[in-house]
Each structure stands twice: as structure tokens, then as C-alpha cells.
Design a protein. Sequence first.
Length: 223
Amino acid sequence: MRPGMFTRWLTGWGVVCSSLTAAAQTPVPPVRTYSVKVDLVPLMASGYHVSAEKLWGPAYRHALVLTPQFYRGKVQNITSDVTDGRNVVRGYGLAVQHRIYLSERTTPQEGFYVGYGPHYQHFELEFRASSWQPEVADNSLTYYEYRARNQKETINRYGATAVLGGQLFLPDLPIFLDVYMGFGLRKAHARATLPGSHYNRGMSDYGTSGYYLPVGFRVGVAW
């Protein structure tokens, strides 16, 4: 080998070694495939939605999101017209969503996405309202009396939604924000101590059926 060729070979090998060393020293961002997030919007309806997400696929663009739902507390005016400060709601539910991130990103779980899936909810509500009910008098005879009483209503609701949203991580932290909105359809079945359903007065009410616009603002952590 001629001296000039040997010198060029050594120079090229040095460049390759330097590049490999620099690449080895460059920190690789962690691949976070799991996350847990809390939706702040349902808090206005005394609801607590906690979502767990798992990514899959070679590019981590698909995800399964499971959202257990719990309800406990007072019925608020922003949710229902049937409220006097003493009405309470208890309930539970579950939403399942297939999420697809629309573009490949350096940080998984970040960027715009579309999602779709079914959900189920069960509500038990207590409120005060006047009704005719049989009453046993002091003479042991039964009379019907009209007055204010404690009433109950049970609602089972199921449906499906399709949403468009986006997730953004805070700088240098595994904490992210998730905002979404979309379109949904749901059907509710109610049973009450008074005839009819009393919690279907608006789109945000517990017993409303039909089309609605789901919105959410979540805060989560990924690992």
C-alpha cells in the first residue's frame, strides 16, 4: 500500500470512529409506551375519569385507551336542571378507545390523533320532588297523600364516540397535556320512582340520549 493511500485510509477510519463515538454519546430519548391521565372536564359533573394508555405497533402509532369512570357527589347546575343543593349522584362506567397517532414523532404519544370506541355508564340519582304515595294513618287506614319526598332514578347509558385530539409533552418532563373534541351518539334507559326521566334536560345531563359533542382536557404522566 502506498503511503498516501494508507494516510487517507487512516483519516477515513478516524472520521468513522469519531462519528460512532458522537452517536454513542448522544442521549436517546426514552420510548414511553404507557401513560395514565386524568380528565378535568367530568369533575363538573362529580365524575372522575382516569385513563390508561398502551402503545403498540412498530412505529408506536396505535394505542389502546381504557377509561374507568366513577361518579359520586352533588348534582351541579351546569350538568342538570334538577338540583336544589341536596341532589346526589353515584355511578360508574367504562370507555374503550382505539387511538391512532397521525404522524411519526421522535417522542411517542405526542402529536395529533384520532380515536373511536364504545362506552357504558350507570347512574343512581337521588332528589326531592312531590308525588302521590300511599300513607298509613293513625287509624291504620291507607290514604294517598301528595307531598315532597325523596325520589330515586337509575339510568343505564351506552354509546360510542369518535374524537380528534392532540397530546403535547412539557419540556424535559414525562408530563403531558391531552385535549380532544369530537362527535358521539348515546342511548339512555331510565327507571324512577316518579313517571318519566328527570335527568334528560340537556346535552350534559346524565340521562340524555342522542347526538352530543364530547370534549376533554387531560393531564397525564407517561413512562
